[in-house]
Ligand binder design. Structure first.
Ligand SMILES: [Zn+2]
Length: 228
């Protein structure tokens, strides 16, 4: 997707990750099939979906997302949700599925936010796991606010978020379980916060577990951002 000169989103990270895994060997890569609008509307407000895809979202809504609108952004967004749907189907068949470009957890049902247009994990839950007990462990450094809000009234979905207390999103939502952390916390503090969370996830007895790996919690991510 074209972002224009000097945009702060490190979009090349996706290609770098793919290249790294390809060098490592042992992976079979499959292009994501685009999610259909019907699949997306299982979670998202139909008017929001249609206006985003048509490029007619109001300017303020586009600013909230943080990307300039383009046809490339639409394709990339549908592919990201499609990749998560495919990974979910894979997990239902084999026990494990992965996608390299999902985790758009700041997207709410009727608006995007923080570089997230549609909430891929929420779409997969609503489309493929209706009625199942699902846990979402979100270890991205930013709170999974969209996911928390979408499933706030759904006792069958247990949302967990470990995140920085003081960074985006500045207005936090309430997950089933939130563990806010101070800036600059080290590995020991992080693992001390995570350890008591996992037994609670197991106690919930989920049929299916999403792990939003984030990776932006890593100190190395901060130092590498400027080179992306
Ligand atoms: Zn993040």
């Amino acid at each position: 997707m074209p972002l224009g000169e000097g945009h702060r989103f490190p979009v090349t990270k996706y290609r770098l990750l793919r290249d790294k895994l390809a060098q490592h060997g042992g992976f079979v890569f499959e292009p994501a099939v685009l999610a259909s609008l019907d699949e997306i509307k299982a979670v998202h407000d139909p008017a929001y979906v249609d206006t985003f895809c048509a490029g007619t979202l109001p300017e303020a809504a586009i600013r909230g997302i943080g990307f300039p609108w383009s046809q490339g952004l639409v394709t990339r967004t549908l592919a990201s949700a499609g990749g998560t749907l495919a990974a979910t189907r894979e997990a239902l068949t084999t026990g494990l599925g992965c996608t390299l470009a999902g985790g758009t957890h700041h997207a709410f049902a009727a608006e995007g936010s923080g570089f997230c247009v549609f909430n891929d994990i929420a779409i997969a839950i609503r489309r493929l796991l209706r009625g199942a007990r699902v846990a979402v462990i979100d270890l991205d450094v930013h709170q999974g606010d969209g996911t928390a809000h979408i499933f706030a009234g759904s006792p069958e979905v247990f949302t967990v978020s470990l995140h920085g207390r003081n960074n985006f999103p500045f207005r936090k939502q309430q997950s089933s379980l939130d563990a806010p952390l101070e800036d600059g916390c080290d590995d020991t503090e992080y693992l001390t916060a995570l350890e008591p969370v996992l037994p609670q996830v197991i106690q919930f007895k989920p049929d299916f577990l999403f792990y939003q790996a984030g990776v932006d919690g890593l100190l190395a991510d901060l130092s590498q951002l400027s080179t992306f």
